[in-house]
Design a protein around this ligand. Sequence first.
Ligand SMILES: Cc1ncc(COP(=O)(O)O)c(C=O)c1O
Length: 367
Amino acid sequence: MLLVPFFSTEYANANASVEDAIRRVVRSNHFILGREVSAFEDEFAAYIGVEHCVTVASGSDALELALRALGVNRGQSVVTVANAGFYGSFAIHALGAEPLYVDVDRTTLTLSVQALEEALRLRPAAVIVTHLYGQMANMGAIADLCSAACVPLVEDCAQSHGASLGGHKAGAWGDVSCFSFYPTKNLGALGDGGCVVTRRADLALGVRALRQYGWEPKYTVVHPHGCNSRMDEIQAAVLRAKLRYLDACNAERSRIAARYAETLADLPLVLPGTGGPEHVAHLYVVQTPARDALRAHLAAVGIAAEVHYPVADHHQPAYLGTPTPLDLAVTEQACAQVLSLPCFPGMSDDAVAHVAQSVRRFFVKGG
Ligand SMILES: Cc1ncc(COP(=O)(O)O)c(C=O)c1O
């Protein structure tokens, strides 16, 4: 039986010379905030098309420090979606602020423009928009609404490295944008990592200070709630090597997504919209009420499929008291029906065919 993993870091790292990058850092004897970090920050800012990139220790830290730099305070509310793994909610709770959950669009499963319009009437302190599964949200409309309401916009780009809409990359739309470089991301390190990108010098300076104890200058704590959230030189060197292959890897993911779309088109499944530069196929997510049975059927033929994400943020047991004044019907349905099929750079044609045909066989007898 052909076993298909959900992701392979071995394949994802195969092209880039990550071992050379590590050797270079070991020889330099400089491991924290050195030349590799500065070079990666410059290269990634240029790739996204913004002035500033500040690396941090994870995507979660990026979200928290971005909200802190924006001045979001305890007790204020921050708009976020509830179907995106709780990462935005972690950051909001870390500040003592409250998530204001807003429903998602039925087609893209990203922040609904109509629902955002309603939420902005409740005067939130900031909006987090998550480009989920590699699919960019409707950024033209969302950025216009936020700017008209004078509410700062934070993009969560942890699943959308390299996606672009109307010629502008994910990360170039918000006041401040956050990336994760967790190993399975479209641009993944060999451990944890993240960054904040922005056009605003004040926010870049704020995050730069906050990531290192709130110092400005060294040993003088000017910013409250600083922490140690630095990316190390080895991760920065690895990311520099892998950034060169990001567009090629995204194209490979998109080709796999296109093959799934072709083979599964006639089945009673909701398929993701793919094909344009606004979707970099971080995950290939189908929707069906038979999700759990389909997942079990795939597991029985050696295919690892996963659920992103099974529990909506407002149903997380640790935070059951969070008020949810707005309707979250699409979110609720998505959490019950989404299933992610394997889709990663280096996945063989045979593996893609095995997944697609196995999904077909679940729905079409002998299919
Ligand atoms: C949408 C989203 N935001 C934020 C994060 C948090 O990133 P990290 O795991 O690097 O803290 C993730 C990570 O999986 C994510 O998928």
